[in-house]
Design a protein around this ligand. Sequence first.
Ligand SMILES: NC(=O)C1=CN([C@@H]2O[C@H](COP(=O)(O)OP(=O)(O)OC[C@H]3O[C@@H](n4cnc5c(N)ncnc54)[C@H](OP(=O)(O)O)[C@@H]3O)[C@@H](O)[C@H]2O)C=CC1
Ligand SMILES: Nc1nc(=O)c2c([nH]1)NC[C@@H]1CN(c3ccc(C(=O)N[C@@H](CCC(=O)O)C(=O)O)cc3)C=[N+]21
Length: 290
Amino acid sequence: MTAELMDGRVVAKSVRAETARRATAFRERTGTAPGLATVLVGEDPASKVYVANKRKSATAAGIADFHRQLPETSGEEEIAEVLETLAADPAVSGILLQLPLPGGADPGDLIELIPATKDVDGLTTASQGLLARNQPGLRPCTPSGVVRLLQEPGIPLTGAEAVVVGRSELVGRPMAQLLLHEDATVTMAHSRTRNLADVTRRADVLIAAAGVPGLIGPQHVKEGATVVDVGIHRTAAGLVGDVRTTEVAGRASRLTPVPGGVGPMTIAMLLANTVTAAEMQYPDSTAEGR
Ligand SMILES: NC(=O)C1=CN([C@@H]2O[C@H](COP(=O)(O)OP(=O)(O)OC[C@H]3O[C@@H](n4cnc5c(N)ncnc54)[C@H](OP(=O)(O)O)[C@@H]3O)[C@@H](O)[C@H]2O)C=CC1
Ligand SMILES: Nc1nc(=O)c2c([nH]1)NC[C@@H]1CN(c3ccc(C(=O)N[C@@H](CCC(=O)O)C(=O)O)cc3)C=[N+]21
């Protein structure tokens, strides 16, 4: 078997087009465009690239760009002040605090300064609660992008065995919850999991989000499985994921490439979340949801 590649760029393009139409409709209804504030602390080169991509895509979709760059040395109070100002600004629909913060600072209390209606990363306690209860709210972009990517070719999730490797608040944990809401039978694996390959080989749908380059090889994959590679690592040989793509392609039936898989979906869903956030903040307008 040679796995079919699932092209995230194509699906992301249609999500972005749909989002641009919703942004236009919102602007015509309310007189202002939806706005996205990205907050970047420090100069991490990977973060700078992602934030630049997000800003460019936002502008192209008719979303106003409110970027805040803070010095590496910023203290918690300084970041808090910026977040509070953005939280109070009616032109700002969505706020994204790029992670990780320099020096491994704990973002927990800072995230809570973002109102749930502007939480386009879905990281606040309130958004997590809404997700846990499967109630309407803003969902983390990468996991919702993965679900969209799986739905596009009609990969069955109801009753499917899904295994998520990774349990971070940004990716693995919400990923498992979204798959559960799609009625998959979900297993979460992490760094303390014994015999990872035994667990992952059960999966009809395997999501690799461990942040370990090349962690997933053919011995981890059931014949015919769908494998989604969330990992992103910059190496001398270029960008690679958590999956050893060439080897796994011999066993999987479908596979997402890196680059061009999950990454573009993350950005597309961020823009979609920003328009959803804007709609949530204008109670008169008809919220279309995601
Ligand atoms: N494509 C995209 O749009 C995005 C890509 N990413 C990428 O996805 C990856 C994961 O990101 P993120 O969730 O933020 O990372 P974190 O480091 O926050 O979380 C990694 C998770 O993987 C688990 N893990 C680590 N090593 C192993 C192992 N050997 N076996 C099994 N599980 C393991 C950890 O377990 P434990 O909890 O026990 O420590 C943890 O739960 C990174 O490569 C990141 O760059 C992230 C966001 C968006
Ligand atoms: N609060 C917060 N929210 C995030 O969503 C968040 C974050 N912090 N910190 C970092 C990770 C990483 N991330 C990516 C976004 C886009 C691509 C992306 O566009 N990737 C392209 C290629 C990009 C390239 O060439 O580097 C692709 O995979 O095809 C990748 C990774 C969001 N993250």
